[in-house]
Design a protein around this ligand. Structure first.
Ligand code: AAO
Length: 502
């Protein structure tokens, strides 16, 4: 009896909800479409020194290579096999990146596309990133191998074979999502192949997965796959650690499939977070910052311990997926810094910072005609490296939001206040708010109570030795700081913390 109880407790403590970040780090960054070689460099030269805990990488599996449109970013969501060569690099480069990032304490989380293979119209023997043959017409993927038996079509009962109605949970799980060939994850063989792929990555040293399109897989099938996963590599993680799992389930309400069906298996992407925060930051529908007083569960979101949160993701920053027009992105840089700053200051969820590339955005009748455009690349479609400018920004079309001072410093802030509850909320009933985190103090717009002293505002500048390149904030003996922030300022908020004291 005692033994059983112990086993349950152990299982819980090492569960897949924990991102296993090192040294009190708390945030991951999605380096969307970056090459493995650049991520390895970025871990060493920037992410580790600035307190980032991990990187979500683009899918490393072999994918279709499309020419019309020309090498869209979304070709990587059409697997051809589980060989590890992709637009981001080959298997050696992947292994080198995982090793080098782990060696400086930065975890790697893999975007795993396991619901489907390429689109039904993918043709025969067309291009794939490792050169493997495939035939989408006969559903033949010899490099896995998968054959027609391994797909769901027989179970789908819509006329088109596609998901036609999100209100029918059987269609959503058993039919094709945007014509992608839907794997039969109920089959032991398919589960085995998927688990083998994920275990290869675990053994190479990754810390976990963002699992694509989970709404389109039955929770029971996912659970069977996750149970087969190895513990993390003990070279970098304590023994018995389970892989971190983030399931992509878009639940904005209004559909029968809910995020709560999946929260028992691992964390889930909380899409309400960015959609609602965008509405507040834009002051749409009468929303105000002061309403954020009960932000998180109080706004109908899942439990904090189950959520992965983000202001925007690679889909909704360009009109794919869900969230709609309220989503704030780097294109609205001023609002974006406020939104990401708030997210990182607030204790809710595990936070993911987005790092994007620019594209020729061309919005016609509310639709971006160029929403398909892939990362900065050469004429032959090879992805360009990420050059770093002398001022530490990125060149060649890479946006590098994670290097923006305001965002980077709030990532550090989140680490400093890790584990502290929200405290001393203040608002003016409108769009001025301030709050702290436990006794470790901070301020976000306007006055708040904290320990006496002079602090460096980490939004307008950096603490460098004993001086501050930005605003200085005096906290008096009564614990209050008084300062003005004009709403015409580029960054209309301030943040101070224990480590920014001068
Ligand atoms: C491409 C082409 C297709 C072509 C296909 C195959 O664009 O025309 O048929 O190839 O040849 C990405 C791209 C796709 C691309 C695909 C494969 O976004 O354009 O297709 O790669 O290359 C659903 C899923 C969700 C998914 C999202 C995009 O549930 O899992 O669609 N996201 C992931 C990835 C994404 C990727 C895939 C999955 C596929 O992050 O990058 O696709 O691997 C509702 C549902 C959502 C549903 C959305 C969009 O949302 O709730 O579950 O997401 O519709 O269909 C309100 C509602 C909200 C609703 C929304 C939109 O906001 O509140 O719930 O309206 O109607």
């Amino acid at each position: 009896m005692k033994l059983l109880v112990l086993a349950t407790l152990l299982g819980l403590s090492s569960a897949q909800f924990d991102p296993h970040m090192k040294d009190g780090r708390t945030s991951l960054v999605h380096l969307f479409e970056w090459r493995w070689a650049d991520i390895a460099e970025e871990c060493e030269r920037y992410l580790a020194p600035n307190g980032y805990g991990g990187v979500q990488i683009s899918p490393p599996s072999e994918h279709i290579v499309l020419t019309n449109p020309w090498q869209p970013w979304w070709q990587r969501y059409q697997p051809i096999s589980y060989n590890l060569c992709s637009r981001s690099g080959n298997e050696n480069e992947l292994r080198d990146m995982i090793t080098r990032c782990n060696n400086v304490g930065v975890n790697i989380y893999v975007d795993a596309v396991i619901n489907h293979m390429c689109g039904a119209g993918g043709g025969e023997g067309k291009h794939s990133s490792c050169g493997s043959y495939f035939n989408a017409n006969t559903k033949d993927f010899p490099s896995v191998p998968y054959s027609a038996w391994d797909f769901n079509d027989g179970k789908c009962h819509t006329g088109s074979g596609e998901i036609e109605n999100y209100n029918d949970i059987y269609q959503v799980r058993d039919c094709r999502l945007v014509s992608l060939l839907d794997l039969a994850l109920e089959k032991d063989y398919v589960r085995g192949k998927v688990a083998e792929y994920m275990n290869t990555l675990i053994d190479m040293g990754v810390a976990g997965f963002r699992v694509d399109a989970c709404k389109h897989m039955w929770p029971g099938d996912l659970s069977a796959v996750f149970r087969r996963l190895n513990n993390l590599n003990t070279k970098w993680f304590s023994s018995g650690s389970r892989p971190f799992i983030v399931q992509e389930v878009i639940d904005l309400g209004g559909e029968p499939i809910t995020a709560s069906e999946y929260t028992g298996l691992g964390r889930v992407t909380e899409f309400k977070y960015g959609a609602k925060l965008g509405t507040v930051i834009r002051k749409w529908s009468g929303e105000k910052l002061s309403y954020l007083v009960n932000w998180g569960e109080g706004w109908g979101m899942m439990a904090s311990g189950k959520a992965l949160v983000f202001v925007d993701n690679h889909d909704n920053q360009r009109g794919h997926g869900a969230g709609g027009a309220s989503i704030v992105t780097f294109w609205d840089s001023r609002l974006y810094k406020i939104a990401v700053g708030l997210m990182l200051a607030h204790p809710y969820g595990v936070t993911r910072v987005m790092s994007s590339f620019r594209w020729d955005r061309n919005i016609v009748n509310g639709q971006d005609e160029n929403d398909w455009m892939g990362p900065p690349s050469y004429g032959d479609g090879t992805t360009k490296p990420v050059p770093i400018n002398p001022d530490s920004t990125c060149a060649d079309g890479w946006v590098c939001e994670h290097r923006w001072r305001q965002i980077r410093n709030m990532v550090i802030f989140r680490n400093v206040v890790n584990g502290e509850p929200l405290s001393n909320w203040w608002d003016n009933g409108s769009n001025q708010v301030a709050f702290g985190r436990g006794s470790r103090e901070i301020v976000v717009t306007k006055s708040s109570k904290t320990k006496p002293g002079t602090y460096c505002d980490v939004i307008s500048g950096d603490k460098q030795g004993s001086s501050c390149t930005g605003k200085q904030v005096q906290v008096g003996g009564d614990g209050y700081a008084y300062f003005n922030i004009s709403n015409s300022e580029e960054d209309p908020f301030i943040a101070i913390h224990a480590d920014s004291k001068l």
